[in-house]
Ligand binder design. Structure first.
Ligand SMILES: [Zn+2]
Length: 140
């Protein structure tokens, strides 16, 4: 299934009206593994839909986030990044190039304890791993 058809299906599943900007933003996120910033999404969508204003693209991002279709992530550079993969997974941030990659949930062993020493009950978690990606690893 191509990214646009996937995006249309996801919008319908959530009961959102299928509009060109929504499909373009969601399809752009679905076809990128790079966790783009709002500005990067704006640039990519603007190329496809030159009439779409930046502000409306940002509004679409926020409505998709509110609908649970994308998640917003903030890492070390403090920029909001967007991810159309809302299934549970971890992230890897490269200290060299700043790339943010998905790490499959099963790649790490599960947390051994669901109740913390101070009594908090853990309902969910995601881990941010930091290091060097395969292109930046020193000595490679
Ligand atoms: Zn991700």
């Amino acid at each position: 299934m191509d990214a646009r058809s996937w995006a249309e299906r996801r919008l319908k599943e959530k009961g959102l009206r299928v509009t060109q900007p929504r499909v373009a933003v969601l399809a752009c996120l679905a076809s990128s593994a790079r966790h783009p910033t709002a500005e990067e999404v704006g640039t990519a969508v603007h190329r496809l839909l030159p009439t779409a204003a930046r502000a409306s693209i940002y509004n679409v991002l926020h409505s998709l986030k509110d609908a649970g279709l994308v998640s917003e992530l903030v890492f070390d550079d403090a920029l909001a990044r967007y991810d159309a993969n809302v299934d549970r997974h971890h992230h890897f941030v490269c200290a060299g190039c700043g790339t943010v990659e998905d790490v499959p949930w099963d790649a790490l062993p599960p947390l051994p304890k669901r109740r913390l020493p101070d009594g908090q009950s853990v309902q969910s978690y995601a881990i941010t791993l930091r290091g060097f990606c395969s292109r930046c690893v020193p000595g490679a």
